[in-house]
Design a protein around this ligand. Structure first.
Ligand SMILES: [Mg+2]
Length: 232
């Protein structure tokens, strides 16, 4: 693709392996809170309930239906309730510990270092994440991503999550970048692709789980990060 100077990346599950890091932390806490011993449900029974509750609440956050406090107040109580433990009084402590400790594990998505190393000499690299300010910086500081990024912008800082234009405009302004010089790479069709496309910004969809999505002719789809070499 021509005339690109700036590459904006999504963070969670695009470069920072949220699914893997979260699962490790959740399993550790599950053991420590002795949930299997007390209630009889295994971690493998719990995890899909957590996954569903977390995904749904993040989609609601993206759509402006819930705020940060609500998301944090609801995801674990709802997961435990759906599994069969209503009114779990340990759920808020679980939430607090999870947010505190999830950034202790910092696996990055396969191919992250190779592709950032490849891109760094020809482009200026940035993060625009829907994550919360403090956690986002901890994630980046804890791994190699920090060595490549010129700016980091969060939805919390912008005051609006992707796909809102304000999130993208805040990141562009902070980076001294223009829409037409820039491309967005992310794994959420609505927040990342629809958001960038609406603004007239080029975009590449990263779809490692090969999930169903809409097709837009101008948006290439990749399943692995190293495929970016075909376009950049
Ligand atoms: Mg993501």
């Amino acid at each position: 693709m021509e005339n690109i100077k700036h590459i904006f990346f999504d963070l969670d599950n695009t470069l920072w392996d949220y699914r893997r890091n979260a699962k490790i932390t959740l399993a550790k806490l599950y053991e420590e809170f002795q949930i299997k011993d007390t209630y009889g449900y295994s971690f493998d029974e719990f995890y899909p309930h957590y996954y569903e509750s977390n995904e749904q609440l993040w989609a609601d956050y993206r759509d402006g239906k819930v705020n940060k406090e609500e998301l944090r107040k609801r995801r674990f109580p709802e997961a435990f309730e759906n599994m069969g433990i209503p009114n779990a009084e340990f759920a808020m402590e679980y939430e607090r510990r999870f947010v505190d400790e999830v950034t202790d594990t910092n696996y990055v998505v396969e191919g992250t270092e190779e592709i950032l190393e490849y891109l760094k000499d020809n482009y200026r690299l940035h993060i625009l994440s829907n994550g919360f300010e403090e956690v986002t910086h901890q994630k980046i500081q804890g791994c190699i991503i920090k060595d490549y990024m010129e700016t980091i912008t969060t939805a919390e800082e912008a005051g609006s999550p992707k796909p809102e234009a304000k999130a993208f405009m805040t990141a562009l302004a902070k980076s001294d970048a223009k829409v037409e010089d820039s491309i967005y790479i992310g794994d959420d069709w609505i927040a990342d692709m629809v958001g960038a496309h609406r603004l007239g910004m080029r975009a590449i969809f990263f779809n490692p789980l090969k999930e169903n999505h809409m097709w837009v002719e101008e948006i290439p789809v990749i399943n692995q990060l190293i495929e970016l070499k075909k376009f950049l």
